[in-house]
Design a protein around this ligand. Structure first.
Ligand SMILES: [Mg+2]
Length: 311
């Protein structure tokens, strides 16, 4: 009896799982009837099943009730970048390299006369704070940014990027000022200040942490700093952290602009590595962030340069 019950439970579970993902077309079914029955829209059924003619479905046909490629599938693609970001010594070395170069440039500038006080502008996320546990948390789930982002910021759990605290305190010690120009929203400003402060970052206060108010364009905030300060350096993980010329530009244009500005990299602009996310990804989608996971997967793969060994 017990064995029979166990078997029945197993069979029922399999049926539930199976029926949650697929529907077998019965006699007299129409797409609108199936849509009503499954709680989906006709458009969703058409999309999930690549149906060319919605009036033509046949008895016995197996219909998908979930997208063929989900956000969870897409999140799997993040695993290697995340492994590298969180585990590789190379990532740490690159971060130290960025802040060491920043110090060299800053020291050179200290030798020059300046009428204005000196300032260093840094971005926050993936420039001085490491939020990778937040993104890694999406792996194995159907979640994506911005889900849970506010909660993550409020938790104040971000850790410092190697070398960041030391360099920015050096700037402060030698009479310079640090501005944090971030596109975190105003609503998490206090949490951001707290997080920076508890890690020992200097100038972690209302005046020096410039969150996003009306625009994600950082140029007006950079201009505000430039009015009173000599901006010695800008540091960021996104090209938009350096110049608004990059905003909303496609892949090729971004790369051409980087080439045109080649004298700036490592002299005034210091880039931190971020293979997890960024506007480089948006450029791949032509900034159509609303693309389906399948559409994103397709766009990503279309942008790869491939060579295959022909057997
Ligand atoms: Mg950033």
């Amino acid at each position: 009896m017990k064995k029979l019950t166990v078997l029945l439970v197993i069979v029922l579970s399999v049926l539930v799982v199976f029926s949650a993902d697929f529907y077998i077309v019965k006699e007299g079914d129409t797409l609108s009837k199936i849509a009503k029955e499954t709680g989906l829209t006709i458009e969703e059924l058409v999309k999930f099943n690549n149906i060319e003619n919605p009036d033509l479905i046949v008895v016995g046909q197996k219909l998908r009730l979930t997208p063929p490629y989900t956000q969870k599938d897409l999140n799997e693609q993040m695993v290697m970048a995340m492994l590298w970001y969180q585990n590789s010594g190379e990532m740490r070395a690159l971060a130290y390299q960025a802040f060491n170069i920043a110090k060299l440039i800053y020291d050179m500038d200290l030798k020059e006369e300046s009428t204005k006080p000196r300032a260093v502008i840094v971005d926050v996320d993936e420039t001085v704070l490491d939020n990778s546990p937040y993104d890694a948390g999406h792996i194995g789930t159907n979640n994506a940014y911005p889900k849970g982002w506010t909660e993550w910021c409020e938790a104040r759990l971000a850790t410092p990027i190697p070398g960041a605290v030391e360099f920015l305190n050096y700037v402060a010690k030698t009479g310079g000022v640090v501005f944090y120009i971030t596109n975190r929203s105003e609503s998490v400003k206090q949490a951001t200040i707290d997080n920076l402060k508890m890690l020992g970052f200097p100038f972690a206060d209302e005046e020096h942490v410039l969150t996003k108010t009306t625009t994600s364009d950082k140029e007006p905030r950079r201009q505000l700093v430039a009015e009173k300060y000599k901006i010695v350096l800008l540091m960021g993980d996104n090209l938009n952290d350096f110049s608004s010329l990059f905003r909303k530009k496609g892949v090729e244009e971004r790369n051409e602009l980087v080439d045109q500005m080649k004298e700036m990299w490592g002299t005034k602009f210091i880039v931190l590595p971020n293979p997890i996310y960024g506007d480089w990804e948006g450029a791949v989608y032509n900034y159509n962030w609303g693309l389906s996971p399948e559409g994103k997967d397709k766009a990503r793969k279309e942008h790869l340069f491939m060579w295959r060994y022909e057997e």
